[in-house]
Ligand binder design. Structure first.
Ligand code: A3P
Length: 287
């Protein structure tokens, strides 16, 4: 099981103690979701920071001030993390909120609300690669060991927020109806403007072409890497050592090909397919 010095275990899911506490989870459970809150939900390393960059300006008419002046964790906070209770009650509505929680663990007010959800999925092979490098730079996580060892941990859900497959499946609940929009990291990479157009339509909002261009431009990997409000350079080196691996590392699809042996690829694919059996979810990377 998870190292108890580094993780607290919440409904079986290991959550890093650096950002989660009994108090933060109490706040999470009792949180009053508003109908106009907009959630970006992800398994870690699937594009959360990217959503924190593009969602606030989409909700405020294209104004980039918050993205240029407020760190990502305060401008679109994680509902389950310790910063939430400090910043969320002061955020103007409509609020952009992020979460790594599985659907069934969301606070009870979420289920009664009309709050919308954008679920971002990423090829789990690239999620694994990204998380592996994150473990090397984040001092609050254990050393990942070899890539093969770490892939076993990932597949058995002994990493933060548990199993990727459980997360993805939980958020396919039909109860969500048209409250949820499913997008992928790969689609964002391919054509961010098109995806932002879909998000705007889903949220019932409009932006001028010029404002949309600004948000797209701001959300490129190159520009986010130099935005100190988004590139984690504000985090002290004894917490995240970006010399070991920058938080905004490569920002590409398919880096898994540089990490997986053919044997690991076959094993990983078989285990994910087995876990996803019978749930009728097709992702672009399955084709
Ligand atoms: P890599 O480690 O593969 O580079 P999260 O924010 O959920 O922790 O996800 C982090 C991953 O998203 C990292 O992946 C990071 O580089 C990538 N990412 C963040 N912003 C991005 C952007 N604008 N374009 C492409 N990838 C981005």
């Amino acid at each position: 099981m998870a190292d108890s010095d580094l993780y607290l275990v919440y409904h079986g899911l290991p959550l890093p103690k650096v950002a989660h506490s009994e108090e933060s989870l109490k706040y999470f459970q009792n949180f009053q979701v508003k109908d106009d809150d907009v959630f970006a939900v992800t398994f870690p390393k699937s594009g959360t920071t990217w959503m924190q960059e593009i969602l606030p300006p989409l909700l405020n008419g294209g104004d980039l001030t918050s993205v240029e002046t407020i760190p990502n964790w305060d401008r679109a906070p994680w509902l389950e993390e310790t910063r939430a209770s400090v910043v969320l009650d002061k955020l103007p509505s409509p609020r952009a909120i992020v979460s790594h929680m599985q659907y069934n663990l969301m606070p009870s007010s979420f289920f009664k609300s009309k709050a919308k959800v954008i679920y971002v999925a990423r090829n789990p092979k690239d999620v694994l690669v990204s998380l592996y490098h994150f473990h090397k730079m984040a001092k609050f996580l254990e050393d990942p060991g070899t890539f093969e060892e770490f892939s076993d941990k990932f597949l058995s859900g002994k990493v933060m927020f548990g199993k990727w497959t459980d997360h993805v499946k939980s958020w396919r609940n039909p109860e969500l109806g048209d409250r949820i929009l499913y997008i992928t990291y790969e689609e964002m990479l391919q054509d961010l403007r098109e995806v932002l157009g879909r998000i705007l339509k889903f949220l019932g909002r409009e932006l001028s072409a010029e404002a949309l261009d600004r948000v797209v431009n701001h959300g490129t990997f190159k520009n986010m890497k130099t935005n100190k409000m988004s590139n984690y350079s504000l985090v002290p080196e004894d917490i995240m050592d970006s010399k070991k691996s920058p938080f905004l590392r490569k920002g590409i699809a398919g880096d898994w090909k540089n990490h997986f042996s053919p044997e690991l690829d076959a094993k990983f694919t078989a285990i994910i397919q087995e876990d996803m059996k019978g749930c009728n979810i097709r992702f672009p990377w399955d084709e």
